[in-house]
Design a protein around this ligand. Structure first.
Ligand code: NAD
Length: 266
């Protein structure tokens, strides 16, 4: 059976760890060529090695890039097109959450700016250069390939709900990702470019576990989780795969929640 991403060229940011790494494994398993992008060079190289070893039949490469820098994002997109000949899927997933006391009274401007630069501006650069590349994709009906593509932007459940644990800059950046994704989805819908946000619930990845760094903090969060557990990164990757593939061909502009029921919970 052909993979759900067979012949597709994909690029994933934040691919050195967590959701990004699990998505790279899943995309490659489904037949995609994958360019893994991360600011952590050692992590992204190790991640690419792991993907390549497990899935030798697809092309896998790694590149170091800081998503908050436009030139680095453009270079990563150009590299994917050069290596794989086109670019069908971009998963703008890299993100940071500062462990500092991030509330309206205490957050330092430099933390606010850094968070916005990575989580919001980074997604903008990823969308901008993905759109430029996807417009040039040739159609090849025999392989199910077409002009345009699918862009997935990682937001968060905190983009939808107020978090009682202070993470103001993070929450604001993720809310803006939803708004920006919706607007870009409307503007580019007739070009065959779909844009959707994915909203993960709380996960067992370094990003959240470094923030909830005591059992008391973890347990406070667990009380609010309908399923009584943190999610696994691979459970978000499966949602990203759906949005990346043609299985979601009539979906654009959505806030796709993969959150164990959290955002439906009272
Ligand atoms: P993670 O910390 O495991 O992975 C994030 C990766 O992003 C790391 O490899 C890191 O090096 C990379 N990165 C950080 N800054 C970067 C930059 N400037 N340029 C390029 N790469 C950079 O975290 P994760 O849980 O897999 O998070 C992935 C995304 O999911 C993030 O956008 C995060 O905000 C979002 N998210 C996570 C949770 C959670 O509970 N973990 C919940 C909701 C949303």
């Amino acid at each position: 059976m052909p993979g759900r991403l067979q012949y597709k060229s994909t690029l994933i940011t934040g691919a050195g760890s967590g959701i990004g790494l699990e998505s790279a494994l899943l995309f490659a398993q489904e037949g995609a060529d994958v360019l893994l992008v991360d600011v952590n060079e050692q992590a992204v190289n190790a991640a690419a090695k792991k993907v390549a070893e497990r899935f030798p039949n697809v092309k896998v490469a790694a590149t170091k890039a800081d998503v908050s820098k436009e030139a680095e994002v453009k270079a990563a997109v150009d590299k994917a097109v050069e290596l794989f000949g086109r670019l069908d899927v971009v998963f703008n997933n890299a993100g940071i959450m500062h462990p500092a006391d991030d509330n309206a009274l205490n957050t330092e401007e430099k933390i606010w700016d850094l968070t916005m630069d990575v989580n919001l501006k980074g997604v903008w650069w990823g969308c901008k250069h993905a759109i430029i590349a996807m417009r040039k994709n040739p159609t090849d009906a025999s392989k199910g390939l077409h002009t345009g593509g699918s862009i997935i932007n990682t937001a968060s459940f905190v983009a939808i709900m107020g978090a009682a644990t202070p993470q103001l800059a993070y929450t604001a950046s993720k809310g803006a990702v939803l708004a920006m994704t919706r607007e870009l989805a409307m503007v580019h819908a007739r070009e065959g470019i779909r844009l959707n946000s994915i909203c993960p619930g709380p996960l067992k990845t370094p990003l959240l576990m470094d923030f909830l760094n005591t059992d008391e903090k973890k347990n406070r969060r667990l009380v609010h989780l309908p399923m009584g557990r943190f999610g696994e990164a691979v459970e978000i990757a499966k949602g990203a795969l759906f949005l990346a593939s043609d299985d979601s061909s009539y979906m654009t502009g959505t806030d796709f929640k993969v959150d164990g029921g959290l955002t439906s919970c009272y």
